[in-house]
Design a protein around this ligand. Structure first.
Ligand code: MOS
Length: 739
């Protein structure tokens, strides 16, 4: 089905099942431990051995020699594959650093061997007996120190945001010089780790040339193509299966060392092999969100109209790596005739930087939305009012291009009302509650909506059960449930008459999970397949499909009503199709919007920061399942608390690795850090996005929330911290004196 004109009325608009707050249909499996994750697929293939990955102990240089003699004699060892036995492998989709093969080391903990043994403990013990001789070289590990050598580059995040090396509209420098009120500040964000609960893990089994990987991956079709490319196999000989994913956050968009080394280990061992990356390898062997140094300049008239806005970002990466696209939202969020955005990329020899939850917008808004708060203060304007005055209904760089639907003002106004924003004291450092300095902060949230082709197959069985098959993944997001809701709505059956099967590359290729594109696109693909199936059913029953109404387990036309199952009486009926898109999203800018509001307390004695209340008001098109959408948004807000206050991969700038490579040293919020969180969805539909009239919402929760926290901290203390995470030593000595 080609979607190239705005959606009219369709069966989804009935909202009998879609749009209802619905418990996850996979919830019972998750909560009873019966949803098997990749490493736990004990029953899919017999005789599984264990692989343990050894990472390089240097950050840059060459592996001179690997001596495996002693390791091979260790108890239980079945096989060892080293990087020196293997030619340098090709890169898969979105991979920048080598995963394996050859003698060159590009980053610390790059995989250099996999040891396969009868048990995990035997594999690990033997791995430490592998003797490696390196020829190390000096590397560059310090982003700030490399600022001078960084080059202007364009690039995309792989998730929709992208920029040229420098994009200009009007005359930024001239307008900024003349602006009566202006700001020129620099903000920094650190390297961050996905720190998902489920590590990267794969079980690999060969049958001749055919390879099956039971793995944990967000993008099955990408993964299948990448594995084929990396291992020089025919794509039809590769199968990936990933029905449950315990978090990915962008770290599992692509194939990583677990999949490649499980496959190579299984080949060498002549039997199936399972590999999980250890926690330290997740920080240094896989990818991370790269650190940024961002300069924001804003010029405005005394009444608060932006006349000039510039956002420039510096990040670093391995040679094939892309820049962090932190400036992208600044092209679209606020009005202003004179604009400049630019990105620079420094060559670093740290592990590969790549997509992490809302790549680009999440760190970009952490800078831009503090800058907006600082400007509002200089203008003596309320931060909400300053943003309202600079709202735009068109792409400011291409005014002929409107937003398809934009209600940022509605988000901010409703948020202000519900949060009690009017009670905020605009003068910082004034409000006390016992030991606590109390502050309120807000920020705008913004993330683009992406359209991408997505397929599905829907089958009606003789028993009347509707089975949906697509390679779409559920990475904790609720895909199973919204896909079931879509099929139930389309076929006119209750939710418990729908079976959803996901994550298998033998199923039709879907949009996959990333860039908050999963929900709208994958359900639109299911919609398209259901339309096909409905036509087939109507035809079998001798009903004109335009007149057929699918409801209550029946197909009705005129005064005829036939049980749905009857259409499949002589055999299962299957509808398969995909949604693909015309140029609606080129003619109109599709984006999602939020108003984030936060209250913090800062301990007047110790400078400790506690988040006390959070509210997000979101405008994201139709919400398919308010319950799972809320879970997504509060998950993003929680990750935003981490980004604002805790998360930072500490770089050893001498040896070139992330030091705090476990969950003891890399701090993420726990339940005790998270206060009352409220999420409100504005009631809206966007007919330009798909027949579902929905948009992405999963990543909107993290976009802007970090700055709202930073702004609340400033309002509490009067001390502005522009260097994330805002840890207490960054403002402790400047806090108001305690009497
Ligand atoms: Mo992306 S960071 O997988 O949504």
């Amino acid at each position: 089905m080609k979607f190239d004109t705005p959606a009219g009325q369709n069966p989804i608009d009935q909202l009998k099942v879609v749009g209802k707050p619905t418990d996850r249909i996979d919830g019972k499996y998750k909560t009873t431990g019966t949803a098997p994750y990749a490493y736990e697929r004990h029953d899919v293939v017999a005789n599984q051995a264990y692989g343990y990955v050894l990472g390089a102990g240097i950050a840059k240089g060459r592996v001179r020699r690997i001596d495996t003699a002693e390791a091979k004699r260790a108890p239980g060892v079945v096989a060892i594959v080293t990087t020196l036995d293997t030619p340098k492998l090709g890169l898969g989709k979105m991979n920048a650093a080598n995963l394996f093969g050859g003698d060159q080391i590009q980053h610390y903990h790059q995989a250099i061997a996999v040891v396969v043994a009868e048990t995990f403990e035997q594999a690990r013990a033997a791995a430490y007996l592998v003797a490696v001789e390196y020829a190390p070289e000096a590397g560059q590990f310090d982003l700030a120190a490399q600022a001078g050598s960084a080059k202007p580059v364009g690039g995309g995040s792989g998730e929709g945001s992208g920029s040229g090396p420098e994009d200009r509209h009007g005359d930024f420098e001239g307008a900024f010089a003349q602006a009566p009120v202006k700001l020129d500040e620099t903000y920094t964000t650190p390297d961050e780790s996905h720190a998902m609960m489920e590590p990267h893990a794969t079980i690999a089994a060969w049958e001749g040339d055919k390879l099956t990987l039971w793995t944990s991956n967000q993008m099955i079709a990408w993964g299948k193509g990448s594995v084929a490319k990396i291992l020089s196999l025919k794509p039809e000989n590769v199968r990936l299966d990933s029905p449950y994913v315990g978090g990915g956050f962008g770290g599992k968009l692509f194939v990583r060392a677990d999949a490649v080394l499980a496959a190579l280990g299984a080949k060498a061992a002549g039997r199936p092999v399972k590999v999980a990356l250890t926690r330290p390898l997740i920080a240094n062997n896989t990818t991370h969100r790269p650190a940024t140094i961002q300069r924001v300049r804003i010029g405005a008239t005394p009444d608060g109209r932006i006349t000039a806005i510039a956002h420039e970002s510096l990040s670093g990466n391995v040679p094939e790596g892309r820049p962090e696209t932190a400036v992208d939202q600044t092209k679209l969020l606020y009005a202003g005739a004179n604009r400049l955005t630019g990105m620079k990329l420094a060559r670093l020899d740290l592990p590969e930087g790549n997509a992490m939850r809302a790549p680009g917008e999440a760190p970009g808004l952490m800078a831009l939305e503090i800058a907006m708060d600082e400007m509002a203060e200089r203008l003596n304007l309320d931060p909400v009012e300053f943003r309202v005055r600079n709202d735009t209904q068109v792409d400011p760089g291409k005014p002929e291009r409107p937003f398809s639907h934009r209600n940022l003002i509605g988000c901010m106004k409703l948020g202000a009302e519900r949060f009690g924003w009017a009670k905020r004291n605009p003068k910082p450092g004034q409000v006390r509650d016992g030991q606590w300095l109390v502050g309120l902060g807000m920020a705008a949230g913004f993330r683009n909506n992406m359209l991408t082709k997505s397929g599905a197959r829907v089958r009606l069985g003789r028993d009347g059960l509707v089975t949906v098959e697509t390679d779409m993944t559920d990475i904790g997001t609720g895909s199973y449930t919204i896909i079931a809701q879509t099929a139930a709505e389309m076929m006119g059956v209750p939710l418990d008459r729908v079976v959803v099967r996901l994550g298998d590359s033998d199923f039709p290729a879907s949009a996959g999970s990333g860039g908050q594109w999963g929900a709208n696109n994958s359900t639109a693909g299911v919609y398209a397949a259901c339309v096909k199936l409905r036509e087939d059913i109507a035809q079998r029953l001798g009903i004109n499909s335009a007149d057929a109404v699918f409801a209550d387990g029946q197909v009705r036309a005129g005064n005829r009503a036939v049980p749905l199952a009857e259409a499949a009486a002589s055999g299962d009926l299957t509808g398969e199709d995909f949604i693909e898109y015309g140029d609606l999203s080129k003619k109109q800018q599709q984006s999602t919007f939020a108003g984030h509001f936060v209250e913090v307390g800062v301990d007047a004695d110790t400078a400790e920061i506690r988040v006390r209340r959070m509210l997000a008001v979101c405008a994201s098109g139709r919400i398919l399942n308010p319950k799972s959408a809320r879970s997504q948004v509060i998950g993003g807000m929680t990750m935003g608390v981490g980004g604002a206050l805790m998360e930072e991969l500490a770089v050893d700038t001498k040896r070139g690795f992330f030091v705090n490579h476990d969950l003891a040293g890399y701090e993420v919020p726990v339940h005790a850090d998270i206060p009352h969180q409220e999420v409100v969805f504005l009631d809206e539909v966007d007919p330009t996005t798909s027949p579902m009239k929905a948009k992405g919402v999963g990543e909107l929760g993290i976009c802007g929330v970090g700055a709202a926290i930073a702004n609340a901290v400033y309002n509490a203390t009067g001390v502005r911290v522009r260097d994330y995470p805002i840890t207490l030593e960054k403002h402790f000595e400047k806090l108001p004196r305690v009497a």
